[in-house]
Unconditional design. Structure first.
Length: 353
């Protein structure tokens, strides 16, 4: 019998030659001298097949070039063990590191990842991505983008596909995992005020970014609660080049002694602009970034910055979406991953030597 306990394998039965491109389970069974049921059990990794039989079946698969039909097995089980990830940018540090963490966490749970990158962050592109999901074998989707792009009424979610969103404020409509943007920003501003700066200027991210808005809101609220003046906001687009352009503007303001920058890349451009303008960091201007990219400790001077745990965000996204797969009635909500301030050499009391 070829059930739980296999009898010793028979000698392989040699028969007709089979094309490697057309080998079937029956062909493998015939060559290995076992039943199709045993081949199926080996293909699906079930226990109860003795090792000699298993090796014989695997040898026959290799000889014939047979590959188990994973799609058919998935349909039979009702799952594909694949997660889709939709994101519109692979150029930002946060998205790349979050995606890497998602792939690692998914693999640890026995899931593969299918990436659907968007060319531009528009509702048409998002609709197209969800349409493509109808054709792909995915069990759930993790979305790394601004949530307003999901608000288009014409977006049709694939049936029974669960969705988790990273970097969003949509906890009432989707399950959300995010960094504590506000908490990290508050810590940065309070640190600069604690060093003795009268106020803190802010180099913000793009206007349509949820993360940028959360950080600038927290900057303003912290200054207001401390009874400090709120300087005019200066805006960039996350790039070092935009930080450089904004930095030239800030360097021309003698009253600017401290800047909280919404990400480390813009802080890099700001540092260059301050240096070229003859403003020393941190003696004349203190600078704090946000992200704690790998290169932050190699900036000149090494950058004080808010550390985001992208690995934890990715892990929790996978954990949340698998929980929803296993329990459809899991309520929506938001999980915030704490930040911490990494103190280096780019921030000091005003006038420090």
């Amino acid at each position: 019998m070829d059930a739980t306990h296999d009898s010793p394998p028979q000698a392989p039965r040699r028969g007709r030659r089979v094309s490697r491109s057309s080998a079937s389970m029956a062909d493998v069974a015939r060559l290995a001298g076992v039943s199709s049921q045993t081949v199926s059990r080996v293909s699906n990794g079930y226990a109860g097949v003795n090792e000699e039989t298993r090796r014989q079946v695997l040898d026959a698969m290799r000889e014939l070039g047979y590959r188990p039909n994973s799609a058919a097995r998935a349909l039979k089980r009702g799952e594909f063990r694949t997660l889709g990830v939709i994101t519109f940018s692979l150029s930002t540090t946060g998205n790349v590191r979050t995606l890497e963490a998602i792939a690692t966490a998914a693999a640890a749970e026995g899931y593969a990842v299918t990436l659907l990158p968007l060319a531009v962050p528009t509702q048409d592109e998002v609709r197209g991505a969800f349409s493509r999901l109808q054709e792909l074998a995915v069990d759930a989707v993790i979305v790394i983008m601004e949530v307003h792009l999901l608000d288009a009424a014409t977006i049709n979610m694939p049936p029974r596909v669960q969705v988790v969103v990273a970097d969003s404020d949509a906890g009432d409509r989707y399950t959300v995992v995010d960094t504590d943007q506000a908490g990290g920003s508050r810590t940065a501003v309070e640190h600069l005020l604690g060093l003795g700066h009268h106020t803190v200027w802010h180099l913000a991210g793009p206007e349509d970014s949820y993360a940028a808005q959360r950080r600038s809101d927290a900057w303003q609220a912290t200054l207001t609660e401390a009874g400090r003046p709120v300087p005019p906001l200066v805006r960039g687009d996350w790039s070092a080049e935009s930080g450089y352009r904004a930095g030239l503007e800030l360097a021309a303001r003698e009253e600017c002694t401290a800047v909280f920058t919404a990400n480390d890349q813009m802080a890099l451009g700001l540092l260059r602009a301050l240096h070229e303008s003859g403003r020393r960091v941190p003696q004349d201007v203190s600078v704090i970034g946000f992200d704690d990219i790998a290169e932050a400790s190699s900036f000149l001077p090494p950058l004080t910055t808010v550390h985001q745990d992208f690995a934890e965000v990715g892990r929790l996204c996978v954990q949340a979406v698998l929980r929803k797969l296993r329990h459809d009635d899991t309520p929506h909500g938001t999980t915030l991953v704490p930040t911490r301030l990494i103190i280096r050499e780019s921030a000091a009391p005003p006038g420090a030597q």
